[in-house]
Write a protein that binds this ligand. Structure first.
Ligand code: ADP
Length: 265
């Protein structure tokens, strides 16, 4: 089984004030996945981020922060606004994938996952297994969920990766983003950032400057933390650049692709 995450940074224009899908990348990635599945049968789960669809409303309503009782109705409608925004993005992604002939089936986190203090505590994955057994590609994405302590919270695609991988024992966990992998600091703002082929500890980062633009779920630092939790369980993952043509195809084909392996050794 392969769990593949496609970052919001690839699928949306995160810097746009309006929610925009990057149609060109989306079509290219759908094509790469199709080409690989045509080569050989694979069990594949796709996770995607919320990008410019989810982060602005999540920030606006400050979902995941504590609030007074009288703010509940406003928070609740904010929760719905976010759920709907990320659902829209998912629909556009599914449309592109189905156009390519990929049998994707959306299983939104808000409809079966709950959390405590922003960590997933329950979510039955039996349906993932059932869909996989029939050759579907289950697809899940960064979403809002009910939280036992905070009422509501945002669950990132990266936390979903961690939860799925912990519970489903995949052979491969890959995250496609818009940089080649993990560097000592943000490579987009620092020319002297050092690239890591293997990343084993958060202390290897020079700075915690991980939050890009409007990302409320932690940017690269948030991603690394989730993947280190997985590494603690002995599950390795790899971050690659999904903006480079054929990287997703190659990684699905088990070919060598530049990237950072997150492990504990
Ligand atoms: P995605 O939406 O693909 O999940 P994010 O936008 O959340 O990804 O995180 C990727 C971004 O993190 C990169 O575009 C990069 O600018 C930024 N970043 C910050 N610190 C680092 C770092 N140390 N190494 C690599 N990228 C970093």
């Amino acid at each position: 089984m392969i769990i593949l995450k496609i970052g919001g940074s690839i699928l949306t224009n995160k810097d746009a004030s309006e929610s925009e899908v990057d149609e060109v990348s989306l079509k290219r990635i759908a094509g790469e996945i199709k080409r690989s599945l045509d080569n050989s049968k694979k069990e594949l789960i796709i996770v995607h981020g919320a990008g410019s669809f989810g982060h602005p409303p999540a920030k606006k309503y400050r979902i995941g922060e504590e609030f007074e009782e009288d703010e509940f109705p406003e928070k609740r409608v904010g929760f719905c606004e976010i759920q709907n925004a990320v659902k829209k993005l998912n629909m556009l992604i599914c449309e592109a994938f189905i156009d390519e002939g990929l049998p994707v089936i959306a299983l939104p986190a808000s409809s079966f996952i709950t959390a405590s203090s922003k960590r997933i505590t329950s979510g039955n994955l039996d349906l993932f297994k059932r869909y996989l057994s029939k050759g579907f590609i289950p697809i899940i994405y960064g979403d809002v969920v009910l939280d036992d302590d905070l009422e509501f919270c945002v669950i990132s695609g990266d936390q979903l990766i961690q939860y799925l991988a912990m519970n489903l024992n995949p052979d491969t966990v890959v995250l496609g983003t818009d940089v080649d992998g993990v560097y000592s600091k943000n490579p987009k703002t620092h020319d002297d950032a050092v690239f890591y082929e293997r990343f084993t500890s958060i202390e290897d980062l020079d700075t915690f400057e991980g939050t890009t633009n409007v990302d409320v779920t932690g940017g690269m630092v948030g991603k690394i933390k989730e993947l280190l939790y997985l590494a603690d369980l002995g599950i390795e993952s790899k971050i690659i650049n999904a903006e480079i043509e054929d990287n997703i195809y190659k990684v699905l084909e088990n070919e060598t692709v530049k990237g950072t392996v997150i492990s504990r050794s």
